[in-house]
Design a protein around this ligand. Structure first.
Ligand code: NAD
Length: 368
């Protein structure tokens, strides 16, 4: 068989259940290499607490440069109680922040898909969430989490003042808006942009710039503007009205968690963080499940690997231009759920409980 592609993938399992869920992705990558003649070059390295235990830092320069060179970084999870008392700069989470910042990953993509087989796991009525498929695009490197001035300072009368600054420039808004419009182009051609333009100047700028991008470059996409508080309500009232939602860092943080919960379980939710393309057209990116390191179930074979497997599927689609393979993998996950196999977190009456690796094997057995 002819080898057609050679792609560098960096796997960073991290801590807790991270290594268990990444092990299943590794098996899937090996399957694609063997059965589909894809030539993924996999490398695995330490991050988070695991890196601290060996190197006394949450990420080494060597791993950081490997991430820069890779076409996609797939991360498990970092953190755990044994590292909670470390000084701030050494904590496992610093590795993630460094990667997001230095790779300039400005767009965070979080799909909220309600699998029909798991519709009962949602706290909303089945008819509200069944068939739900929305994509939230959150701006990740600007806004109030990064704006200056910031801090806590003493003021008169012995009081103190906490300060954070919400700022956005046109270019920061335009680049994330383009990500949302491009995604909508491949989906249902509908973007909802959320802001608070009724009370914030930065919100007025957000609304104007997003509208300009649509008018100039994406005339075929339907664009609606919605106030972020209304969006929070609409997500609960009628979430299926949305296709792609684009919003800033703060509102995106909250709205993406809200949307995630419509779908039921943390063990099913993937995410992608995308950066700008370099001069060779290569886009930096990192893919990771939304969940954390779940120390309470680490090592017990109970972790659901689907969130990480679907994160790899997003990497196939967005970084590696392998849409057909992504579809193959998504379908395999659906078929396993159709067969009634469940890890403990999504187990319900009449379904069969399987371990992390049995779930991975079952998904592989459904790949075409
Ligand atoms: P968590 O997501 O790790 O766990 C929350 C609950 O969900 C736990 O009961 C856990 O058992 C369950 N759960 C999570 N993922 C699961 C999966 N794949 N399968 C089955 N059950 C799953 O959140 P937490 O308990 O708040 O945090 C634990 C550690 O993870 C902390 O150190 C935290 O800082 C870290 N964390 C890391 C990330 C990341 O790496 N991106 C994100 C969130 C939390």
């Amino acid at each position: 068989m002819i080898k057609v592609k050679k792609r560098k993938i960096l796997l960073l399992p991290g801590d807790g259940i991270g290594p268990e869920v990444i092990a299943e992705v590794k098996k899937i990558i090996e399957w694609f290499n063997k059965k589909k003649s894809l030539d993924f070059e996999m490398e695995e390295n330490l991050i988070g607490g695991a890196s601290y235990a060996k190197h006394k830092k949450p990420i080494t320069d060597e791993v950081f440069y490997k991430a820069l060179e890779s076409e996609a970084v797939i991360l498990g999870a970092v953190g755990g109680p044994q590292w909670d008392n470390l000084e701030f700069s050494k904590r496992p989470e610093r590795a993630l922040l460094k990667l997001r910042k230095e790779l300039k990953l400005f767009a965070n993509l979080r799909p909220a898909i309600c699998f029909r087989q798991l519709v009962d796991a949602s706290s909303l009525k089945p008819e509200i969430v069944s068939g739900l498929d929305i994509m939230i695009v959150r701006e990740l490197t600007g806004g109030i989490y990064f704006g200056e001035p910031r801090g806590i300072k003493p003021i008169e009368n012995g009081e103190r003042k906490g300060i954070n600054t919400h700022t956005y420039t046109s270019s920061e808004i335009i680049r994330v808006a383009k990500v949302a419009f491009e995604l909508a182009q491949k989906r249902n051609k509908k973007v909802t942009s959320c802001d608070k333009s009724n009370v914030m100047e930065a919100g007025i700028l957000w609304r104007e710039e997003v509208q300009k991008v649509k008018d100039e470059e994406y005339p075929n996409i339907e664009l609606n503007h919605m106030l972020a508080d209304n969006c929070a309500m609409q997500l609960l009232r009628d979430p299926k009205q949305f296709d792609v939602i684009v919003t800033d860092n703060l509102f995106g943080d909250i709205l993406s968690d809200e949307a995630a919960m419509l779908t039921g379980s943390l063990g099913l939710l993937p995410s992608a963080s995308l950066g700008a393309k370099d001069k060779n057209g290569k886009m930096r990116s990192m893919y990771e499940p939304v969940h954390g390191s779940a120390p309470d179930i680490a090592g017990a074979g109970k972790a659901n690997p689907i969130a990480t497997i679907l994160s790899f599927s997003m990497a196939l689609r967005y970084s590696l231009d392998l849409d057909k393979e992504a579809e193959n993998l998504d379908q395999a996950v659906q078929k396993v759920l159709d067969d009634g196999l469940r890890t403990k977190d999504i187990l319900s009456k009449g379904k069969k409980e399987v371990s992390t690796s049995q779930m991975g094997d079952a998904i592989i057995s459904k790949l075409k």
